[in-house]
Ligand binder design. Sequence first.
Ligand code: PHE
Length: 458
Amino acid sequence: MTNKDSTILRQSLHGQWSSRIVFILAVSGSAVGLGNIWRFPYMAGINGGGAYVLIYLLCIFAIGLPIMISEIMLGRRGRRNPMTSMELLGLEETGIKSWKYAGVIGLLAGFLILSYYSVIAGWTLNYFMLTAQGLFDGIGPSGVDEVFNALTLSIKTQVVFHTIFMALTILIIAKGIKAGLERAVTIMMPALFIIMVVLIIYAITQGNFLEGLSFMFRPDFSKLDGSSLLSAMGQAFFTLSLGMGCVFTYGAYLPKKESIFNSTIAIILCDTLIALLAGMIIFPIVFSYGLEPAEGPGLIFKTLPLAFGQISGGTIFGSLFFILLGFAALTSAISLLEPSVAWMIEQKNVSRKVSAITIGLGIWALGLLTVLSFNELSDFTFWKGTVFDNFEHLASNILLPTSGLLFTVFASWFMSKKSSSEELNGEHSWQYRFWRFLARYIAPIAVLIIFLNVIGIF
Ligand code: PHE
């Protein structure tokens, strides 16, 4: 299986997407998550709004686009889990097997990220129930602090919701590509979009919409500095699910005839649109109660419930908001689990069910450390802080840029022009040349800058 011809014939061992639309929905489902609805608005909030949004958009198109195309391309050509694909392609294109470690880093990152992502996603399920019960109705600032502290201090509550969330994720993955992944995204993605539209209308009519808009789109460059530039790049990475083998693995199930370039554009536009819409929902609601958006991570779990507690219809629309967050997180979580499950099926020759349950249980157990980071182990700090802080730092700031960089460099510098252009519109097309320029020069240099900054070199 290591000669050139086999590349063309190689088929995915796990099946294929039924259509391009499903593929776009699945990758968009992966991309749209807590990163868009929770992280993006608060990052924009603490970095001064409009100017940050502008830089973020630049990063999405100059760095995110070429890396996403590279990952899908490698996935489709390798047709295996990220580790095995990189090993096969490394051998075929360069005669060197060690490229597989790029895939290994991606697999590890996905494992690690899902362990804490699931705990935070569990919080959103808990908040959905609390909001629906009307707990936030008329609540004051100290009230929302109390609710949030009660949740993070309770091991039991967090474990219960983390368990529910992981169980749902495992269930979907165990059912396979068509009955699991496809069905989940074709139901949840349209639902997510409809809920967003409803909430936008609510924000326009009930919130301070103009102030929200002006906060997001009026650039105030005085607030920008080197670190906000770097955090915008990091956010672009995280929000597009890059460097983790998710997009790579989904690419392995993409039929040969579908255009990678057009699909990527659709996915990126969808992810960006949802991040901007999330801001247009959250900021007007926050401003309507005269609150400050620069609250950091507490924006969704403290400021927003406080605002929902004051305005009319807050209980219903607040609950809808947290369902939205739960859906967004679930379609991302399945993409985090799939790569290691595909790896285990291929390497250990076990069924999808066994693989999903085994890996899922491992991730669930690791997640307990995140739960404990907010209570029992909150004083146990080293390097970047609690165990949770370290997981997040290691995954988002070190593992992701490293494997994202390796994927892109491999695809644009080491893979032959013949192979890459076969996957991407042919050697003479503008799409191919555009991708190759961004992937060879712009993206690697930018990622290197983030990386060197993170490890403190400059
Ligand atoms: N892109 C997702 C988000 O924005 C997070 C994610 C990261 C999902 C990595 C899958 C893989 O929340």
